[in-house]
Design a protein around this ligand. Structure first.
Ligand code: NAD
Ligand code: UDP
Length: 340
């Protein structure tokens, strides 16, 4: 049995589907602080089977202990965490408490039950401002905000755990920019309030929920002056987790792997691709740079291919088509969590 913390969320829900399709027995552990029970219903519809769910917080050690007692859990995929960079700067303690204290509770209970295999959701944000491109796993690590620091601390904690006990098998998956949705349009990204990320913002403009996109700067040292990122389809990302689980028995200690496509697209590229996929005009205004943004970020994905036998397959057109199908069929998302 695989325990999936945060399994009702955006990336977790897509990963649950890929794991069930591959024949894994899974259980979702989520407190629904940023997700909805409707997502679970939709996941059950896609999977064609009921999904076991524990509605609880990872900080609740008694509930974690009960879950490990009730099920024979041999590995954990740990998605649970808060992820809004801006909010983390306003409320650092909330982020440190939820992400770091929560992860420590989880790791303690895993130790207690001798469960020493974990796949952790890290982020390209741990590379800070990269000195060169593309970004490889051995680049220096740094963080510029509490969210990023929480990811870096958890990576460090896991590295220390692995040093202290060589029974641990730990995969740190560093995601680049996940976008897109399941092709069924039953599950997708359902941001709470005004989206911070580019793709959900563009799709809300396309569907008429927002008037225009603010593009944060057109004076970067990039071909069209707007920021460049490595967007990856969430289904590709979910399949990366499947490969990670299949590989985890072979590793010892901690291994970090980039999950990206290796291709960089600018904000204007994204606007153009989304207009093409949706047939809608995306109005935009150029505004000043967003504090803390870097100009360009894209992965060197070669280690993921070599080590996990995984590479991203879905292109930008598919990312935009699937985002648009999800957004246009579910203009209010799951409609059960707070909408701005
Ligand atoms: P999400 O918010 O959709 O999913 C996270 C899930 O964790 C939610 O269902 C939430 O309810 C749950 N959760 C949060 N705190 C919890 C707690 N204390 N106890 C139990 N459940 C809790 O986010 P996502 O986009 O699916 O991201 C999943 C993971 O990947 C996160 O750790 C995030 O930091 C990381 N990540 C995301 C991105 C991205 O752009 N989406 C990029 C890099 C890394
Ligand atoms: N961006 C933008 N307007 C928005 C949101 C994002 O111009 O409303 C830009 C942002 O400056 C960056 C890119 O889009 O260059 C991706 O931003 P996102 O927040 O999605 O990802 P991250 O910056 O965390 O990689």
């Amino acid at each position: 049995m695989i325990l999936i913390t945060g399994g009702a969320g955006y990336i977790g829900s897509h990963t649950v589907i890929e794991l069930i399709n591959a024949g894994y027995d899974i259980i979702v552990y989520d407190n629904f602080s940023n997700s909805s029970h409707e997502a679970i219903k939709r996941m059950e519809q896609i999977a064609g089977q009921p999904i076991k769910v524990v509605d609880a917080d990872i900080k609740d050690k008694a509930k974690l202990r009960e879950t490990f007692k009730n099920y024979s859990i041999n590995a954990v995929i740990h998605f649970a965490g808060l992820k809004a960079v801006g909010e983390s700067m306003q409320k650092p303690l909330k982020y440190y408490n939820n992400n770091i204290s929560g992860s420590i509770c989880l790791f303690e209970i895993m130790s207690e039950f001798g469960c020493k295999k974990i796949v952790f959701s890290s982020s390209a944000t741990v590379y800070g401002e990269p000195r060169s491109l593309p970004i490889s796993e051995n680049f220096p690590l740094s963080a510029t905000n509490p969210y990023g620091r929480s990811k870096l601390f958890i990576e460090d904690i896991l590295r220390d755990i692995a040093i202290s006990d060589n029974g641990w098998k730990i995969l740190l998956l560093r995601y680049f920019n996940p976008v897109g949705a399941h092709t069924s349009a039953l599950i997708g990204e359902d941001p709470n309030g005004i989206p911070n990320n580019l793709m959900p913002f563009i799709s809300q403009v396309a569907v008429g929920k927002r008037e225009y996109l603010s593009i944060f700067g057109d004076d970067y040292d990039t071909p069209d002056g707007t920021g460049v990122r490595d967007y990856i389809h969430v289904v590709d990302l979910a399949q990366g987790h499947l490969k990670a689980l299949q590989k985890i028995d072979d590793i010892q200690g901690t291994v970090a792997v980039n999950l990206g496509t290796g291709k960089g697209y600018s904000v204007l590229d994204m606007v153009g691709a989304f207009e093409k996929a949706s047939g809608k005009k995306i109005s935009y205004k150029i505004v000043k740079r967003r504090l803390g943004d870097i100009a360009v970020c894209y992965a060197n994905p070669s280690f993921a291919k070599e080590f996990l036998g995984w590479e991203a397959k879905l292109d930008l057109a598919k990312m935009c088509e699937d985002t648009w199908r999800w957004q246009s069929k579910n203009p209010k998302g799951y409609d059960t969590i707070h909408q701005a």
